[in-house]
Design a protein around this ligand. Structure first.
Ligand SMILES: [Zn+2]
Length: 346
């Protein structure tokens, strides 16, 4: 993938060039309480139209996915917290013993070490995805203190190794502060690599905090290969008009940044109470519509489904999404696999 290819084509259209480079995000203006540039502050109103990708396709962009696939869906899970059900398992088991009068069992169970596992165990999520031929990326928080710490990655080393060893991906879920702090980003990468025993190449920032172009610069300097943070928290769709991976352009420095961005098109949390307030049926219609658009453009979309949303209606919605992507013959690789195996020529 030639890093400047898209840019050379887009220089012919000022307005698309500005959308692609996120020119409006360089200007001062409204930011939310996380310092994020929200969709409601954007001048662009075509969030469900990948206007830049469409133009690049019209100009003859060649996109190749392995095994004859037409488009790609990169599934991912930000592990903000671990499963509370399993977290309190020993307490629950001891209460059960207590209620049947088994006092020795009560004490034994309480004195067991705590078993900490991701919400809907990562192994269950992987088994579900396997059924549909999908592999996903799990992004873990790796901090030794501060507001974002809710678990210790060193206590889940076995899970990390199992995920990686099975062909799924372990990536870094950078802490909130890391998006603008190179030292932290490098430290967190090192902590996760220490627990995994292997290099980590994929990144998404916690709370989707991101600053254009600073976060991209830092990610390149920290040695990541790809990022998949750039979607709007407050609305699903195509930020920057893109439904293909791309190398971002730094308008201040006048250079392309050497980090692949995989567009995050759907975050589960955007769909419901906090942001778009869709019901399950509305959420499905939107998800399906976006997948159809990406397929038509031979594109790539990122979908973020938190491990904490893997139950009840939202779990069924995730499975429905997997089923639909599988029916449409989408390629569903990890971010790392996508970065290594797809090619785009412009
Ligand atoms: Zn998060």
């Amino acid at each position: 993938m030639k890093k400047d290819g898209m840019l050379d084509v887009l220089r012919g259209d000022r307005s698309l060039f500005n959308i692609f480079t996120r020119e409006e995000e360089y200007r001062d203006g409204l930011r939310d309480s996380y310092g994020r540039f929200p969709y409601y502050a954007s001048e662009e109103r075509s969030i469900r139209e990948p206007v830049v990708s469409r133009y690049l396709n019209e100009k003859g962009m060649q996109v190749q996915y392995p095994d004859g696939h037409n488009f790609a869906v990169c599934l991912s899970h930000d592990v903000d917290v671990l499963c509370p059900h399993n977290y309190f398992r020993k307490e629950l088991d001891s209460i059960r013993s207590f209620t049947v009068g088994d006092f020795r069992g009560t004490i034994d169970k309480l004195s067991k070490p705590r078993v900490v596992r991701p919400f809907l165990d990562s192994r269950e999520i992987m088994a579900l995805e396997e059924k549909y031929g999908a592999r996903s990326s799990f992004y873990f928080i790796a901090v030794d203190g501060g507001p974002d710490r809710s678990y210790d990655i060193n206590e889940i080393k076995d899970d990390l190794k199992f995920i990686d060893g099975s062909g799924w991906e372990v990536g870094l879920h950078g802490s909130q502060a890391a998006h603008a702090d190179l030292e932290r980003m490098i430290k967190e990468k090192g902590l996760l690599e220490g627990a995994l025993g292997k290099e980590v190449v994929g990144y998404r920032n916690h709370f989707l905090r991101f600053k254009v172009p600073l976060t991209w610069r830092l990610l390149q300097q920290a040695g990541f290969k790809y990022d998949t943070t750039l979607g709007y928290a407050d609305c699903a769709g195509f930020r920057g008009g893109m439904c293909h991976p791309f190398f971002p352009y730094d308008l201040e420095a006048g250079t392309t940044i050497d980090i692949m961005e995989i567009p995050l098109v759907i975050m589960d949390a955007s769909l419901f109470q906090n942001y778009m307030r869709l019901d399950i049926r509305g959420a499905w219609d939107l998800i399906k519509g976006l997948i159809d658009v990406v397929e038509a453009q031979r594109g790539t979309m990122g979908i973020l489904w938190h491990n904490t949303n893997m139950l009840g209606d939202t779990l069924r919605l995730y499975e429905k999404t997997l089923q639909y992507c599988s029916d449409r013959k989408a390629w569903m690789p990890t971010g790392k696999q996508l970065q290594q195996e797809m090619s785009i020529e412009v």
